[in-house]
Ligand binder design. Structure first.
Ligand SMILES: [Zn+2]
Length: 276
């Protein structure tokens, strides 16, 4: 960029400072770039999703250390670029990634969470922000609620607050609700009749009463519907006590609901579905 005749040429340090900003960020994922660099996909409270380059991060001598690994919460300094921002400084705030990586189930759940967060906060799927505001001119969708949800879920995974799969399914239902796709597992999704109802139809948005129930709707166990409602509202005393069969059934319904809304099946979820 420097010296190639761009608009900022000649302003030197002033242009650099004007384009520099600091933010906390959760690392969603990373891609290799060239010999030693990586593209880091980040979720931030005030700037939404960011894709930034970390130069030299794959060298063992890198100053970034592990601060830019998935699930880490770090404090970053960045410089705005034309396509990708550049990370100039990074310090660890909370090393969730280190704790989560020690437990396979927690790691799998966290992988599915960040993949969902990435897709729900990217501007071409979000199109509008959480409160219906249009995308910002630079194409970023601000997503403070998605950031808070993901932060809370990764923190709970890291400290082993609940079973990883329950935390994942609760996170998925709540992040979809935050994106504008709230499921209902108490009232009928179509007519609003108070429940609980026997049938669930993911394309209609959750529970359906006997009058609204289309053919082909699922009829999970009552404990499954109760678990789904608890996961959505964060009633953990109910969720933690749910039997295995309800957890398995709930996993299938959440996965179906997510798939319906995201269209493409999440790789991480298909891995989760195969374990009991
Ligand atoms: Zn109904």
């Amino acid at each position: 960029m420097s010296g190639s005749g761009g608009r900022s040429t000649g302003r030197g340090g002033a242009g650099y400072a004007a384009n520099s900003y600091r933010t906390n960020a959760l690392v969603l994922r990373t891609y290799k770039l060239g010999e030693a660099d990586r593209i880091i996909v980040l979720l931030t409270p005030g700037h939404g999703q960011i894709r930034a380059v970390a130069k030299g991060v794959r060298r063992t001598t890198s100053k970034f250390g592990a601060t830019l690994e998935p699930f880490m919460l770090s404090r970053l300094q960045l410089v705005r670029g034309r396509n990708l921002d550049i990370i100039t400084q990074a310090e660890s705030v909370t090393p969730y990634g280190q704790w989560i990586a020690q437990d396979y189930d927690a790691y799998s759940a966290a992988s599915a969470m960040v993949e969902t967060a990435e897709r729900l906060t990217v501007s071409d799927i979000g199109e509008v922000g959480e409160r219906g505001e249009p995308p910002r001119p630079d194409g970023r969708v601000e997503a403070p609620s998605q950031y808070r949800l993901l932060h809370g879920a990764l923190a709970a995974l890291a400290r082993g607050a609940h079973a990883p799969r329950l935390l994942l399914h609760s996170y998925l239902l709540r992040s979809l609700a935050t994106a504008g796709w709230a499921a209902s597992f108490t009232t009928c999704s179509k007519c609003g009749a108070p429940g609980p109802h026997r049938s669930v139809n993911v394309t209609l948005g959750g529970s359906v009463c006997d009058d609204c129930r289309p053919p082909g709707s699922a009829t999970p166990a009552p404990a499954t519907v109760e678990l789904l409602a608890a996961l959505q509202s964060g009633r953990w005393e109910v969720a933690d006590a749910a039997p295995d069969q309800a957890r398995r059934e709930a996993a299938g319904i959440v996965s179906g609901y997510l798939q319906f809304h995201l269209e493409r099946h999440l790789k991480s979820l298909s891995v989760m579905d195969q374990s009991p």
